[in-house]
Design a protein around this ligand. Sequence first.
Ligand SMILES: [Zn+2]
Ligand SMILES: [Zn+2]
Length: 368
Amino acid sequence: MVDAQKSLLLLKEYSLCRHCLARQASTSRRQAGKKCYICRGLFDDLDGLAGKVLAAAKQYQFETFLIGATLPTQLYEREDALRARLKIRGRENIKNQLTRELGLRLTKMTKKKVDYHRPDIAVNLSIIRDGDAEATARSRPLAIEGRYVKKARGLPQKQEKCAMCLGKGCNLCDGSGLAGFESVEGMIAKHLMKATKGQAPKFSWIGSEDKESLVLGQGRPFYAKISDPKVRTPKMKFKESGIEAKIVSVLDDVPDTQARFAVKTRIVGKCERPVSADDVRQLRSLAGAEVKFENRSKIAAKRIHSAQAKKAGDSEFQLTLHADGGLPIKQFIGGEEYMEPNVSKLLGAKCECVTFDVLAVELHSAKP
Ligand SMILES: [Zn+2]
Ligand SMILES: [Zn+2]
């Protein structure tokens, strides 16, 4: 008690603003006049600082936010020195009080909420010199599930990364992180960036296809994570150069486990000799088979659920497979690498895949 009274007396030697005084002691005594010893007037302009925070936040669509601050070390040093002398311990520090006060003002101005764990946006206020402040904001990445259909041949599925930033997004690649936009990935990336006003989308595809393949039916599902989106409820649907893509839903996050899926593929294969009726029967017998092959030095097994086959020219056949996702079609026909069974071995003649088109992709489990 005696100590506390002594501290209060000593506190009178300092000129402190209302806020800086409240952090040291539970007293409402107020000193007017001289500049605050600790903050040097920083708290006198809370409304001005809140205005800067608001201007940075307003570039984003958000429901929740978190405010951070970077303050000059001198502010902490002055408060520490005062507290050491007056034996004041365990009270809120200047940064917490500042960000809390600014949070209250931003809530009042925007009706949005503070979230300490997973805010939509983080606003940082940098106090450069006494009173000179700068606010910047950044948003939490946005995850979406989409689908695309590819009705024209000749467009690769994936795009090389930008050589300058290796995918992070820079001025050279217009923030996309990609080396160009001449692919399914590039075109969807361009539209996603436009819809979200974000940057550098990262894709996870449910399976892959060839440059010459079509993707039909309901299309191929994919996930994308977009950095620094300004829009959190994007809508995207486009048709361009044979590609039709859309956002199906906005997700909490991209699932981190590999999705299980099945694919219906229509293959046109060419054989080194004429295709016989017996060959067609052999191809149909693939229904129910389990195809084993080496994948990243492990043995992978993919089930063929159904197989339809017909002759499609003198030495060509059409084979339609409904199989587990991830079966390498070209190797399955050609049989160059270890794969059991494979079509070349089955027919006892060298075969190759001319084209394969994806008729349907069924996603079985994709929840995070
Ligand atoms: Zn102060
Ligand atoms: Zn780049």
